[in-house]
Every structure is written in structure tokens, then in C-alpha cells.
Design a protein. Sequence first.
Length: 387
Amino acid sequence: MILPDMADREVNAVFTTGIYCRSGCSGRPLPANCAPFPSAVAAQAAGFRPCLLCRPDRRAEVLIDGSTPEVVRQALMLISDGFMDQNTAVMLGRRLGISTRHLNRLFEDYLGATPTLIAQSRRAHFARRLLDETDLTITDVSSASGFRSVRQMNRVMMGVFRFSPSELRKKRREARRLVADGGLRLRIPTPVGFDLEPVLRYLGPRSIPGVESVVDGVYRRVTNTCGYPGVVEVTTRRDGDGLEMVAHLPSYVGLLDDVARCRSLFGLHVDYTEARTQLEDDNALMPLVSARPGLTIPGSWDRFETAVLAVLEQYGTVSSASKNAGKIASNFGIPVPGLAQMELGFLFPSAEPLAQADLGELGLSTAGTDAVRSVSEAVADGSLDLY
């Protein structure tokens, strides 16, 4: 989940026009005609549509602050990870161990909108980006955004934007289109001051040969999109405005998930506001934090893959762990031919086949082999939940 500064959280709804705006919108409606809402989703739920001048719908919302209960934080992370693309609010409540009514009440109190509305808004805003920035068909946009049908997308988009997908596409500006030969290009927003280079310095030595690579400032990896292999490339945009993700995919059904995984990998899915505030209270750390305000903590594209790599690091060096993970991928993963020019060629195996694999032939230590097998078996049988 992308979380900018807290000042961007609140929006103002204008009763006379039926729109909602960012603070400081150039439209400057009369204060007497305005009412604040804690988030864009809350304004949408009240029947207001986004302003076409300040475009509050095109900025990721701040939904978490220091006062937000942990259960709400967990729910938002699950929604951001796509949990409600295939599940209901009832299932979300069960996953968190609370009733749907209590979960809805917490969301209304702290966010001004229910989990269902936030999940719909997530899909709708992602669809809006695809409509603006790509030449995908309406059907492909619907699938890529997690909607079950074009009809459902039409209904949700009308509710959020007061325009149909076709009408929204007609309104786009030519300069915002990013599609080009060689893959679908998407902009990934980043916090002010974000620097990709130190993140790649960390990821490079830990990249799994054949599965991912870091070369000349570009991160590449093989992805699994609904059972079909694809390739994703990520680098800094030429204009410096965030990251650019280039997706080479056989289907765009899983694109929303790939974007979420990209954000997680580069540490863009969490709010560092509270951490920065606490670190800045230390006189020794304050100048360091101020000098690098956009510093993030790298995360994971695939948590099982990362877990195996972490286990291997316990029985060797970072370099040896990377090489051994590459051996696992090349021996037990799914081959993906034709990617040699990108230094790629395999999908990393999932927990189930790896739990049954004969790891003895890879040259790992006995302890390392046993540890990888134990983690794989635990994830496969559900006793270890990484998600």
C-alpha cells in the first residue's frame, strides 16, 4: 500500500457540486459549502465524485496513522495484498478473529469506510490507472483489476467516479499514456526522496540466479500469473517520478497482484511516518533520517521464496545462499525458456513440490537440507502461515 504524507489524507466534499477535492485545490469552493471526510473512500461512499482539477482519485491514500488499531492495520494490509479480490468481508473478519460487524465499525470509526468499500476503491483506482495509462481493452482492464466481470467493473466505476470505463478512457490525456512496444509500462508511485539504488544494492547479492536479476539499475524476475510465466522489470523512471514497472505477461488477470508484490519488494507497502518520528527524537539519528527521508526497508516478492533464502543464509554466506537457491530453482522449479538475454529461466518451486524433492544431490549441508525441507513441509501442510 502506498502511503504519502498525512496531510494528504483528508479530502473536502463540496455539497453544491457533488465533488470532493484535495486540500488546496485551485477550484477554491466556499468553506460554507464544504465538509471534510477522513479519506477519499469515505467521500465516495457518501456519493461524491472526484474533482477533475486536483484529481484526488489519482493519489494513493493515507489510511494508517499511529492511532489506528492493530487489527485495522492487519486488515488493510490483507486488502492491499488482494485478500478481498476472492473473499468477502465476513471471511476477512474470520481471518482476523473478529466479527464482521465489529470490523465494519472499526473501519467506519478510523477510516470512514467499510472494508468492502476500500477493496472496491482499490480495484476501481487501479482500473482508472490502466484506462488512463494503457491501451488495454475494457475486458482486459476488468480482469487485471480483479473484477469478476465487465458488468461489475462498470457498476463499481460508476459508483466511484460517476463515469463508465468507456467515458473515463475518452477523458484521458494523451500525455499520460505509458504503453509502448516491449511490454506494458506502469508507474509505481514512491515517497519523496526515495532512492532505488540502495535497495538494489541490497537485493542484488540476494537475487536467485535464473529467477531474478539486478543489472545496470534494473530489477528483473520471472513471475507466475495464474499458472503462466511472465517477466517483470522495474527501474527508476527517466523523469524521476517514481518507479516504472514493465510487465511482459500472457494475461493481465494477475497484474494487480504483481503491482502489490512490486510495492512490497521495494518497501513501498508500509507507512514509515511513525518510525521516522521516533528516530528523529534521537539527536544522533535525526540528521541521518533527515538526509534520507525516502529510505525504505526492502520486503519480499514471494514470501516462501524469501523464507528459503533466509534459511540458506543461516548455513552459509549471502553469496552461497543465493547460489544454492538458484540450484533449487534450476533443479526443481518450472523452466521458462527464451529468457537467457535477461539472465532468467525458472520459476521458483512452491512449497508442495519442494517438500517432496530430493535435495541431497544439490551439495547442501545436511543441516541446510533438513532446514529447507522442514520449512517447505510446514508451509505445505499449513502449520506455518507466511501470508
